[in-house]
Design a protein around this ligand. Structure first.
Ligand SMILES: [Zn+2]
Length: 288
């Protein structure tokens, strides 16, 4: 049963905007589909959680894509989401792993490495909006905070947490984004900063607490809930999409592929496999 959801709303007389999500099942689905190592599950899980929350803020058919292009062992970490709370994603090297840090935590920062963070918002216009910032720590949350500051001129606090159990399943996952609206007094920022600093590690907190608990911790009852939306792993791929992709390979290449009995095409985002047999490939050649 999918119990993941995202809360969206405002607080402190609309001076603060918040997104708070539980994403345990979303991250567990990604882990199973891609056979992710604990390191990859933590990195992709945090990235997907941020994507889910930022996706909820989109409208209609708009999409958001978050790409960490670092030089760490994971390679690229990519997540894509939409306004319906649907998120998908993948890691270049899903099996890459690293020793835990001295404090017992997963070393996401080393897994990501140095490089750039790209956030693309496709709003159906000719050119999608792309914001780029250098990766500041590779911890994901800090990098998204930096993106909000330098690309959207917004002061934010971003918390993302994924806890991996001893059997490698996802024990808890979730996150929050708190943003100061223009005109918000600095005292509000300082007060929230205090709350964020005093919060136990988010992944531990979320084992027994809900997004509503976190909302109350931050704001008491001084908030306005605008939306509560389900969040889930979902990929829109189907065999027809891959037909169009195969056609773009051109006649010569397709005829070459058709010499094999069948070929298998794999969706990067969800690892779903599609088989095209000899006849189907020759049908595609006819369409060119
Ligand atoms: Zn797919």
């Amino acid at each position: 049963m999918n119990k993941d959801y995202c809360l969206r709303g405002t607080a402190k007389s609309e001076k603060v905007r918040f997104f708070i999500a539980s994403t345990k099942e979303l991250v567990e689905q990604a882990r199973i589909k891609h056979n992710l190592s604990p390191l990859a599950a933590a990195a992709l899980g945090r990235t997907m959680t941020a994507t889910a929350m930022m996706g909820i803020n989109l409208k209609g058919k708009d999409t958001i894509t978050i790409v960490f292009k670092g030089d760490g062992v994971l390679g690229n970490v990519i997540a894509k989401g939409n306004s319906d709370g649907e998120v998908k994603g993948y890691v270049d090297n899903p099996e890459a792993d690293l020793p835990l840090k001295n404090n017992g935590k997963i070393d996401v920062s080393a897994g990501i490495g140095f490089g750039n963070l790209y956030i693309t918002k496709d709003m159906g216009l000719k050119d999608p909006y792309v914001g780029t910032v250098p990766i500041v720590s590779g911890e994901i949350g800090e990098d998204i905070t930096e993106y909000f500051y330098s690309s959207e001129q917004t002061l934010s606090a971003v918390g993302l947490g994924v806890l991996i159990d001893i059997d490698y399943s996802v024990k808890s996952a979730g996150g929050f984004i708190l943003q100061l609206m223009p005109g918000a007094e600095m005292e509000i920022g300082a007060e929230l900063d205090d709350k964020v600093q005093n919060l136990p590690p988010l992944s531990t907190y979320l084992i027994d607490n809900t997004p509503e608990d976190l909302l109350e911790y931050f704001f008491g009852y001084d908030y306005k809930l605008l939306d509560k939306k389900n969040v889930k792993f979902h990929c829109q791929c189907n065999k027809d999409n891959f037909k169009s992709a195969l056609i773009t390979l051109g006649k010569v290449e397709l005829e070459k592929l058709a010499k094999d009995d069948e070929i298998e095409v794999v969706c990067q985002f969800c690892n779903e496999k599609y088989i095209f047999d000899n006849d189907e490939l020759l049908e595609l050649v006819k369409l060119i």
